[in-house]
Design a protein around this ligand. Structure first.
Ligand code: NAD
Ligand code: WQD
Length: 343
């Protein structure tokens, strides 16, 4: 029988791509989301792509009774991948209590229920934001964490600590995956980033500008001490990122993890500047992007990219797709979803 996995935040961007990867690797999935930043059109796409109608709970994970009900109805859940969270950095500065309540209460409930049931593995969506303002890249999992730059970042640091402490004396093993900058879409163009809230990340801002939803976009600063003056990040294709979750689960299910909680970077392992990303988009799609250079964005750091050798050595994970695949898939998805919105 296939092992059953609960995917929280499963109608969201990374969660929905991961559901596809899990199904393609033989897992049975149950999905839960409260729809605060997504809708069930992603599950329709999952069905279209995989043929599987994933059971869906529309509920808020901050409500313990609802979380308990999922496990009463699916007592055979063996793994949980916890994506559900609010993730807008700027909004978290404006509404810190909402972020702490949502991201931490939901995690406490997941930990509570996972340890009370027969869950073997918990995979947590962490972020490179936990490293704070690093002075040197690539960062490894050993790089010391700095002060979080936002309440959002703090929820990821606190989430990592809460998981580590809560599971120390339990039979549940966990993996914290620190994502760098996820981007791109499914190759079918049936699924991609489609947030309810306005996009702020670079790649969706680029595609929305190119298609005319935005008149122009701004490059936030060209006066950093980098090769072209713009900031450097590690852009990881969402399809590669999704597969890291499947491998992390498998690693625990196969009994390979010795420690209670382990942590892995998930990135492409090198940095690209904002201007390099824009030029990659233009050269891959043939579209001309209307952009201007503006001041730096508050809270941004100059450069960060990953060393993912730990994930490669232990999980057997490696990125297979590159920035050109990100641009092709993100642009195909933008055209597809804009077409749907016009109809
Ligand atoms: P997303 O907003 O598309 O998905 C998160 C989902 O969680 C949404 O569908 C939202 O409706 C749901 N959700 C939020 N609070 C909930 C609650 N209380 N109960 C039930 N559902 C709830 O975001 P994403 O980009 O797919 O991110 C997934 C995870 O990865 C998040 O934890 C995020 O912090 C983390 N992460 C994202 C990035 C990124 O740049 N996208 C980078 C690093 C880490
Ligand atoms: C990338 C680069 C911007 C928009 C965020 C979170 C981080 C993690 C990943 C969740 C930066 C520049 C952007 C624009 C621009 N998420 N940019 N013009 O800030 O690296 O990371 O997402 O955990 O925690 O902070 O990603 O995509 O917003 O920005 O010039 O209109 O693109 O300044 O250098 P960021 P991003």
């Amino acid at each position: 029988m296939n092992q059953k996995v609960l995917v929280t935040g499963g109608t969201g961007y990374i969660g929905s791509h991961t559901i596809i990867d899990l199904i393609e690797n033989g897992y049975e999935v149950v999905c839960v989301d409260n729809g605060s930043n997504s809708d069930t059109s992603s599950l329709a796409a999952v069905k279209d792509i995989t043929g599987i109608d994933v059971p869906y709970y529309h509920l808020d994970l901050c409500e313990l009774d609802g979380v308990k009900r999922i496990f009463t109805e699916h007592p055979d859940i063996k793994g949980v991948i916890h994506f559900a969270a609010l993730k807008a950095v700027g909004e978290s500065v404006e509404q810190p209590i909402r972020y702490f309540r949502n991201n931490l209460d939901s995690l406490i409930n997941i930990l509570d229920v996972a340890t009370q049931n027969h869950v073997e593995a918990l995979i947590f969506s962490s972020s490179c934001t936990v490293y704070g303002d690093v002075t040197h890249s690539p960062v490894t999992e050993e790089t010391p964490l700095q002060e979080a730059a936002s309440p959002y970042g703090r929820t990821k640091q606190m989430g990592e600590q809460m998981i580590t402490d809560s599971l120390k004396n339990s039979s549940v093993k966990s993996i914290l995956l620190r994502y760098f900058n996820p981007a791109g879409a499914h190759a079918s163009a049936k699924l991609g980033e489609s947030p309810v809230n306005p996009a702020q990340n670079l790649v969706p801002v680029i595609t929305e500008t190119a298609i005319g939803k935005r008149k122009e976009m701004t490059v936030f600063g060209d006066d950093y001490p980098t090769r072209d003056g713009s900031a450097i990040r590690d852009y990881i294709h969402v399809v590669d990122l999704a597969h890291a979750h499947t491998l992390a689960l498998r690693y625990i299910f196969e009994g390979k993890q010795q420690v209670s909680t382990d942590v892995f970077n998930v990135g492409i392992g090198n940095g690209l500047s904002v201007l390099e990303i824009i030029h990659a988009f233009e050269s891959q799609t043939g579209e001309k992007l209307n952009y201007k250079v503006g001041p730096r964005r508050a809270g941004d750091i100059m450069a960060i990219y990953s060393d993912y050798s730990k994930a490669k050595n232990l999980l057997g994970w490696e990125p297979k797709l590159d920035v050109n695949d990100i641009m092709h898939s993100a642009w195909a998805w933008e055209k597809e979803r804009t077409g749907r919105q016009i109809q």
